[in-house]
Design a protein around this ligand. Structure first.
Ligand code: FES
Ligand code: FES
Length: 191
């Protein structure tokens, strides 16, 4: 696991050293603790998968996992993530993120179900749904709709998104999650 020491020059005001982990890589950065996690991810680390739409915690476009739980990164001050673990959409697929270098099952389900149109909401939805699909084997459509109520999508009407979640859960029940279960491995490593 790499250990990068980086210095950010684009933040003003009192700074502090913040240590945290993003996508299994350790960082130690001098930052204004009041900066938003979303901005540090996008501007300092070049991880632009998390999107900004409302900037108010109302749309879910900026969702990332913080210690395994979905959060709106536009509402998280970077000073509060000391020694914590963040996973972004860049961290759940591709070489270096898992052994197979393939899409996470919920990503594959979105593609195969046609649940992506403009795609702006997609990274936030996926990051919110990763713990949902990894923690169960089935769900009612209404339960899925309630769970993603904080993720706004202007394009799809949510029908295809719900179908995608059902597909991912069906593959799981049928033992077709050939993709490395990244989070199960992480949980095992820290249990
Ligand atoms: S940009 Fe963070 S919730 Fe909308
Ligand atoms: S696919 Fe366009 S906002 Fe959801």
């Amino acid at each position: 696991m790499g250990n990068s020491k980086m210095k950010s020059n684009n933040n003003k005001g009192t700074k502090m050293i913040v240590r945290f982990e993003v996508n299994h890589r350790k960082y130690e950065m001098e930052l204004n603790p009041g900066r938003r996690l979303l901005d540090v991810l996008r501007e300092d680390l070049g991880l632009c998968g998390a999107k900004e739409s409302c900037g108010l915690g109302e749309c879910g476009a900026c969702t990332v996992l913080l210690d395994g739980r979905p959060v709106n990164s536009c509402l998280v001050m970077v000073g509060s993530v000391m020694d914590r673990k963040i996973i972004t959409i860049e961290g759940i697929s591709g070489k270096g993120a898992n052994e197979s270098g393939s899409l996470h099952p919920i990503q594959r389900a979105f593609v195969e179900s046609g649940a992506v149109q403009c795609g702006f909401c997609t990274p936030g939805l996926i990051m919110n749904l990763v713990p949902f699909v990894e923690s169960r084997e089935s769900a009612e459509d209404d339960e899925i709709r309630r769970y993603i109520a904080g993720n706004l999508c202007r394009c799809t009407g949510y029908v295809k998104i719900v179908e995608a979640v059902q597909s991912a859960l069906k593959w799981k029940r049928e033992g077709q999650w050939s993709n490395t279960d990244l989070y199960a491995k992480e949980k095992e490593a820290h249990s």
